[in-house]
Design a protein around this ligand. Structure first.
Ligand code: UD1
Length: 369
């Protein structure tokens, strides 16, 4: 009989946790075959950017915490690589699974690959074709060196094939984030957050912003806020503010201008379940996040994406998402179209059915048998 295989699951930043949770749970159903080790790089470290997700998603305490923290891209990437290399050398896993496109994803993939440890990338093949996004670099590098590429949509397969990746490495398995969403959705019925914020179902907008292209530039930020303030005259807007955005708003002196309005509710970042509730019951979602575009699609809530491109075109094809950039005029137009319409017809993308992790584990099982 084959020995139990040691599998590293890497998490680093907020958008990783809901992708790793279903994988951890599926792999842990087979303790005779797999032993999982949860490695947290510590790229995100605030309790409300990290700890609360472990609780909400029933994730165990990480087996190793690398404590990397913030820094420039090179510093952060370099620190993750040095710390992760030590752990890999000590434990020699049989497979390293990385998810998404954050700096920790790329750093751990490179480290493992150079130690000749097989690497699996979950959420492979997404491309924005925007090289100003650090995530695009992380995606391309991680995909180029991974041994197993698990894709969430057909366009991702096509992107990889076009880049010359062998079709044997590519596995179209669906969207693992949606596994988490479907598992936890029933719990949103019992959350207090709408009540606490005095929001009515289908009667408010949810906003998230954290991309440097939106929140680091004062004129862009001011333009977006202008539209948000207008919108808040029409319906309440709830904005869980990312630490990066809060720091910038404070630096730009904008926080006082917007902080005291009853209909624009700036709150601290919320955990997975509260965010799911805020998204599920929103009339519209405005965001520059990648994951939220996907969640909005499955929840059937119209999404306005404040970016010039998306690596998730499947959400646009599903008629759930409008990618409008960050000019006030464009955002205004999209909002007026959405708010002037009742009902919202969307098509849930193929294999976004809550079974992606199951399919991934089947492929991994085959790899080892
Ligand atoms: C990172 C990811 C991005 C993802 C986002 C989700 C990269 C390149 N970026 O961006 O793809 O969409 O996470 O949130 O990996 N900070 C805190 N507390 C924390 C974490 C961050 O205060 O727990 C502040 C720090 O000032 C830090 C800044 O936020 O410098 C940015 O953090 P960082 O991890 O560099 O990138 P994010 O903008 O969070």
């Amino acid at each position: 009989m084959n020995a139990v295989k040691s599998i590293f699951l890497v998490v680093g930043a907020r958008p990783n946790f809901m992708k790793v949770a279903p994988l951890q749970h599926q792999l842990d159903k087979r303790p005779d075959v797999f032993q999982t080790r949860l490695i947290h790089t510590g790229q995100h470290y605030d309790a409300d950017m990290s700890d609360i997700f472990f609780h909400d998603l029933d994730l165990p305490t990480p087996d190793r915490f690398l404590g990397i923290g913030s820094g420039s891209h090179a510093e952060q990437t370099g620190r993750v690589m040095m710390a992760f290399e030590k752990v890999c050398l000590e434990e020699r896993p049989d497979l390293v699974i990385v998810v998404g496109d954050v700096n920790s994803t790329m750093a751990c993939a490179i480290t493992a690959k150079k130690l000749c440890i097989p690497v699996a990338h979950v959420e492979a093949g997404l491309r924005s074709r925007d090289w100003s996004m650090p995530e695009e670099i992380n995606r391309v590098v991680t995909d180029a060196i991974s041994d197993l590429l698990f894709t969430p949509s057909r366009d991702a397969d096509e992107n990889l094939l076009r880049e010359g990746v062998s079709s044997e490495k590519i596995h179209f398995v669906g969207n693992v984030m949606i596994d988490s969403l479907l598992t936890h959705l029933p719990k949103t019925e019992h959350r207090n957050i709408l009540h606490e914020l005095a929001l009515r179902e289908n009667g408010y907008a949810t906003l998230t912003l954290h991309r440097p292209s939106n929140v680091d530039d004062e004129s862009v930020m001011t333009g977006i806020l202008e539209v948000i303030l207008e919108l808040s005259n029409q319906l309440p807007v709830v904005w869980p503010v990312h630490p990066r955005s809060r720091k910038n708003l404070e630096k730009m002196g904008l926080i006082d201008r917007i902080g005291n309005r009853p209909n624009l509710k700036l709150i601290d970042p919320v955990g997975y379940l509260d965010m799911l509730a805020l998204n599920r019951f929103a009339r519209v979602i405005l965001t520059d996040s990648g994951g939220l575009q996907e969640e909005a699609t499955v929840l059937g809530v119209p999404c306005v994406t404040l970016r010039h491109n998306t690596e998730r075109p499947v959400t646009v094809e599903a008629q759930a998402n409008r990618v409008v950039g960050n000019e006030p005029k464009k955002i205004r137009e999209a909002l007026s179209l959405i708010l002037g319409r009742n009902g919202h017809q969307i098509r849930v993308p193929e294999l976004w059915d809550g079974k992606a992790a199951e399919r991934i584990v089947t492929v991994i099982d085959r790899l080892f048998s």
